[in-house]
Design a protein around this ligand. Structure first.
Ligand SMILES: NC(=O)c1ccc[n+]([C@@H]2O[C@H](COP(=O)([O-])OP(=O)(O)OC[C@H]3O[C@@H](n4cnc5c(N)ncnc54)[C@H](O)[C@@H]3O)[C@@H](O)[C@H]2O)c1
Ligand SMILES: [Zn+2]
Length: 338
């Protein structure tokens, strides 16, 4: 990840976690606080005096209260800016430990060891950290780039099927924002390619004021689906359905050909993901939620859509076109599964 003096290495592959002591030594950290949601024995010894802080993955624990607990544990162990925080777990843990590291002593280096596909391809890289408030997700956060990220794909061996599908939603959308065709590659190659793409986009727009929008491909409808179903539609599944929708919407706006729109449905299907809206999802309610999406520039409906210049943020999409496109989407009954 090239970000000037905040550049860092992202290591991907089976056994990447074994690099931890070398990475800690290269940082010159004197001691380490290892924040882990996975069994502590799955984190290698950092090679300096360390304390292990057990946490739990999950949105319920992604709170300011957890950040305070972590900072108090760091203080008890004497962690300062000359030390390091190591986070190990899903995206909720890397987000929470990342924010605690950003705030403790106004910033302690952090090394992420993401253990889920979604966390490896997306959450752990890019420097966004945040926790939830009762009022909404990710409302309090900071930009805090990690000092290194170790994506050990052997962590994924214990992932339940549902979490694989959830992660593949993010990989599928990469097909349309510049990663090329990753279908059929080994998982560590898919993770590497997705991360290369994310790194190139983030280095051009670290603070999300322009190009970083394209990472939100498929996310506007995805977020709305998560909300209307009370998170029964998982994030990656919502993104998959949102990607199919983005293809259809781009076609309706005359930005792409019918063949390219069909490619959206095919790619999503090839990753074993669903592309149909839940049977009972209400198009008007979804549209209201999408209007409120924080990525929407000002009033009106904005989507990241494919087009002659590739994917870009398209503001001012007419509501009737959105409603008509939602109306034309395939529907499926039962939970959103492939
Ligand atoms: N900062 C960013 O740029 C960014 C980007 C995308 C997502 N996110 C955040 O990431 C979070 C979602 O993360 P998530 O999907 O990883 O969910 P999560 O952290 O809630 O983990 C989900 C479940 O997976 C289990 N798990 C984790 N690793 C496992 C393993 N190796 N084997 C078996 N089970 C394992 C956990 O115990 C947990 O029950 C959201 O809060 C989202 O906001 C952040
Ligand atoms: Zn996402």
């Amino acid at each position: 990840m090239r970000l000037g003096e905040r550049s860092y290495a992202v290591h991907v592959g089976p056994g990447a976690r074994k690099l931890l002591p070398d990475v800690v030594a290269a940082l010159g950290a004197r001691r380490a606080a290892v924040v882990t949601a996975r069994p502590p024995e799955t984190v290698p010894d950092p090679g300096v005096p360390s304390t292990v802080v057990r946490v739990r993955d999950g949105e319920r624990h992604k709170t300011l209260a957890t950040v305070e607990d972590l900072c108090r544990r760091f203080t008890a162990f004497g962690i300062t800016r000359h030390d390091v925080v190591v986070s190990c777990g899903g995206g909720t843990t890397t987000d929470t430990a990342g924010l605690a590291a950003a705030l403790h002593h106004r910033g302690v280096p952090v090394i992420h060891l993401p253990t889920k596909l979604l966390a490896q391809v997306d959450a752990s890289v890019g420097g966004k950290t945040a926790v939830n408030l009762p009022e909404g997700k990710n409302l309090v956060g900071a930009y805090w780039q990690p000092a290194a990220v170790l994506c050990d794909t052997t962590y994924l061996e214990t992932l339940p099927a549902e979490e694989w599908t959830n992660g593949y939603g993010e990989i599928a959308r990469c097909h349309f924002i510049g990663a090329g065709d990753l279908r059929g590659l080994a998982v560590h190659e898919q993770v590497t390619a997705s991360l290369r793409l994310k790194a190139s986009i983030v280095s051009a727009d670290e603070r999300d004021t322009g190009r970083r929008h394209v990472l939100n491909y498929g996310h506007t409808l995805g977020h709305a689906l998560e909300t209307v179903t009370g998170f029964a539609v998982r994030h990656g599944i919502g993104v998959a359905i949102g990607t199919v929708f983005a293809g259809r919407l781009a076609l309706a706006l005359g930005r792409i050909t019918a063949g390219r729109a069909e490619e959206h449905a095919r790619v999503v299907r090839d990753y074993g993901l669903p592309g149909a809206l839940p049977e009972d999802a209400d198009a008007t309610l979804l549209t209201t939620l999408m209007r409120r999406d924080k990525k929407a520039a000002g009033d009106g409906l904005a989507f990241v859509l494919d087009g002659p210049r590739g994917a870009e943020l398209v503001p001012g999409v007419p509501e009737d076109v959105v409603l008509r496109t939602l109306g034309g989407m395939p529907r499926q009954s039962g939970p959103a599964r492939p």
